[in-house]
Ligand binder design. Structure first.
Ligand SMILES: Cc1cc2nc3c(=O)[nH]c(=O)nc-3n(C[C@H](O)[C@H](O)[C@H](O)COP(=O)(O)OP(=O)(O)OC[C@H]3O[C@@H](n4cnc5c(N)ncnc54)[C@H](O)[C@@H]3O)c2cc1C
Ligand code: SF4
Length: 701
């Protein structure tokens, strides 16, 4: 039951937006309440917005009713920034337009385009977009820009911040700014003088404070997504340029992004890579420092535990199993459009690091099998931890960065910290060239002791990263709810006050994704933790990452595989605890159509799933569990009489098609609807698209 203001918002918006796209039932709000983070909030209303006009109307009406909004793209973010208990505006379907501009030097993209899809538009021209998160197969432009997502190769040079050319945004009161449109910019400058003035003031305040100015410059030399991209205020003079760049990494807290134009990047034709094993983390980190000034495209660090996780792979070299405990690997990638230059680059890299001994000899490879094994070893780390974790636990990916000169020390201290709090399954790997390390481990949130353990770990992690090494607490995954309590610690009060002013300039009533990025609650990171109850052995390892969603044929019609699992988990939890029978009944009411009947059970989702879950298989089991004795007898009869059944169906379809020929479409449809109604839905409806019975295939030919 909606509270009056939410009901009013729903009623008003239903006049201009198809009410089928304004979701309020418990099953659907729960399904969309989930993203890839370990937090969950269930929205009152989910609106599947299809265009900018709708978004402007939603923003204006929500403002009149003082209702908070959160925007969502693919929901693969990890820090709790794409969830809300208010109104969730999902801008995905219907946001797929793109345009190649300036002889392919730029590409304009709507926010619902998956990153990998954007790259397929550019691939024929040997180009790609800059940001390259590991989630690029599922994450969408809106989320990639709003999180300033980066990955293995883009570093700090080719992320959204560096490659954005233009942006179109909707502000908290419905005002539009399109930085690519001179008229829009002129109107904005004329009508938003106060906002422009405030931005200029902020810029000047920072420029007159040398310490702060230098601090901002320094902190963005390594990857940093903690707080707002306040480097915009030192990198640019023009307030429109500042606004454009402030939107990058703003995590949907400043405005809605309607489209983004990126400068495109060359996607080199020739690629080679090598797995370099060093005797210690220190050696690997020292080599990284040398590699920073050599022609590498990527340098990924894998600690000993990470290597161990792939040593049983049939393609893994035998020596993996015999490596000493102290060993550490660097996966080094080289790229060029000219093969000779690529070979020269390889040699340059080799001579650059020759002063540091490696555990074994190494070669750069372009052999597809070896090349893919090396990258599989790196990319398979998340599935390894995800797949091995205890049922009921969440996978946590911490995402920190250190100045390169401190990387080795930081790695060792991080390992000690994880040992101290008994996170024995913690793996350390990441984008070494950027000082960016991911720490992946499993965490139980089902009891207070475990939550306390996590709290202690986080407090000490903040001390280690900030006080010891002046690093970034969030390098590429965004602040979200997860790091919001630590933004001031990382940046200091002066910079934090500037961030609060930025939020206030763009969102004076704190209604655009509140509690994210700026949050005064020091315990925000310990609240709204997502339950991960046991449900079914096929889906228990699901990390709710959302990678399966673009592969699902029913996503958007009803549920995606991730959402099916979310619903199944909540049903299991409610059955187990019996704490809200009414809610259980409400979810159950829609589950047959949403979860079961509309799943194609084709298993396509398993192809994209990092932990190889086939949700289709799970749905088949779900169906089987709902069958009664008679259903099972019929199924068993059909199974053992397939020839007769198909022949009967062929004849049946031919008869129906015959009636259609005689009666015509209108009479046939009327009669069919009548029978359907009179039989209380037992006789299925006929539709003109229904196939005719085919002739029997002659298998003897
Ligand atoms: C397994 C895994 C691996 C990952 N690897 C990486 C990695 O290598 N590098 C990396 O950087 N990240 C990584 N991520 C994190 C995540 O995938 C990225 O941050 C991604 O960019 C999020 O995009 P999304 O479309 O899922 O956005 P969402 O999660 O839907 O939203 C992200 C943020 O953007 C805002 N937003 C979305 N659309 C709009 C809009 N139209 N206007 C305004 N705000 C909007 C939301 O409010 C939210 O704050 C990974 C995640 C997973 C699960
Ligand atoms: S089923 Fe697999 S791909 Fe889908 S959300 Fe779960 S873990 Fe991710």
């Amino acid at each position: 039951m909606l509270t009056p203001s939410y009901q009013k918002l729903k009623d008003i918006l239903s006049k201009s937006i198809d009410s089928k796209r304004i979701l309020t039932n418990p099953l659907q709000t729960l399904a969309y309440g989930t993203d890839a983070s370990f937090y969950r909030l269930i929205p009152q209303i989910v609106i599947l917005a299809h265009n900018e006009t709708e978004v402007v109307e939603i923003i204006k009406q929500a403002k009149l009713l003082d209702i908070a909004l959160t925007f969502r793209a693919a929901g693969t973010s990890l820090s709790g920034q794409a969830i809300t208990d208010s109104v969730l505006v999902v801008a995905t379907h219907g946001w797929k337009n793109f345009e190649l501009l300036d002889n392919n030097q730029k590409i304009k993209l709507e926010p619902g385009i998956v990153g990998a899809r954007a790259n397929t538009f550019l691939a024929p021209h040997g180009l790609k977009i800059g940001p390259d998160p590991a989630s690029i197969g599922a994450a969408m432009i809106g989320g990639i820009v709003a999180n300033n997502a980066s990955g293995m190769c883009c570093g700090t040079a080719q992320n959204s911040y560096q490659t954005i050319a233009d942006i179109r945004i909707v502000l908290h009161d419905g005002t539009l700014l399109d930085t690519a449109d001179t008229n829009s910019v002129a109107d904005f400058k004329k009508n938003q003088t106060a906002l422009i003035h405030e931005i200029e003031n902020l810029r000047d305040t920072i420029k007159s404070d040398e310490t702060l100015y230098q601090r901002i410059k320094n902190k963005f030399k390594i990857k940093n997504t903690t707080g707002y991209s306040i480097n915009a205020l030192v990198d640019y003079e023009d307030p429109i340029e500042i606004i454009k760049h402030l939107m990058v990494g703003s995590e949907g807290t400043l405005a809605f992004i309607s489209n983004v134009t990126f400068k495109t990047i060359i996607d080199e034709k020739y690629k080679s890579c090598s797995l370099l094993i060093f005797n210690s983390i220190q050696d690997a980190c020292n080599a990284t420092i040398l590699l920073k000034s050599s022609p590498v495209a990527a340098v990924e660090l894998l600690d000993r535990k990470s290597i161990q996780s792939v040593e049983n792979d049939p393609e893994a070299p035998l020596y993996f199993k015999t490596l000493p405990e102290s060993a550490c690997a660097l996966l080094v990638e080289c790229r060029d459009n000219d093969l000779n230059v690529l070979l020269q680059k390889q040699e340059e890299i080799r001579s650059q690091i020759q002063s540091i001994p490696t555990y074994t000899d190494y070669e750069f490879t372009r052999d597809l099998k070896q090349y893919y094994f090396n990258w599989k070893a790196r990319k398979g780390l998340l599935p390894t931890v995800g797949g091995m974790r205890k049922t009921g636990t969440s996978v946590i990916i911490e995402d920190v960065a250190f100045p390169l000169s401190h990387l080795a020390e930081a790695c060792l201290e991080l390992k000690d910290l994880f040992k101290k709090y008994e996170y024995h399954d913690a793996y350390l790997f990441g984008h070494a060239l950027e000082g960016n390390l991911h720490l992946v481990f499993s965490q139980d949130f089902s009891n207070q002791d475990e939550v306390d353990r996590y709290e202690k770990l986080m407090s000490e992690l903040a001390i280690l990263v900030v006080d010891r090494f002046d690093g970034s607490l969030k390098a590429e995954h965004g602040t979200g709810r997860n790091m919001a309590p630590f933004v001031e610690k990382e940046w200091g009060t002066t910079a934090y006050e500037i961030m609060k002013r930025i939020k206030n300039i763009f969102d004076p009533n704190n209604k655009i994704n509140p509690d994210v990025l700026i949050n005064p609650d020091p315990k925000a990171h310990l609240k709204n933790l997502k339950p991960m109850p046991e449900s079914h052995v096929i889906v228990d390892k699901c990390m709710e990452c959302g990678f399966c969603e673009p592969h699902c044929v029913s996503e958007g019609l009803t549920l995606s595989p991730r959402q099916r699992i979310v619903i199944a988990r909540e049903i299991s939890r409610l059955e187990e605890t019996n704490d809200d029978p009414q809610r259980l009944a409400a979810i159950r009411k829609d589950v047959t159509y949403q979860l079961d009947e509309t799943c194609a059970t084709d298993g396509l989702c398993a192809l994209a799933c990092p932990v190889y879950i086939d949700t289709g298989k799970f749905v088949k089991e779900w169906r089987a569990s709902k069958l009664n004795v008679d259903d099972k007898k019929i199924a068993s009869y059909i199974g053992s009489h397939m020839a007769g059944t198909t022949s009967g169906l062929r004849i049946g379809l031919k008869i129906v098609a015959g009636f259609h020929n005689i009666l015509g479409t209108t009479i046939m449809a009327t009669l069919s609807n009548g029978f359907h109604f009179l039989s209380f839905g037992k006789v299925p409806k006929w539709i003109p698209e229904m196939p005719k019975g085919a002739n029997k295939i002659n298998t003897n030919q």
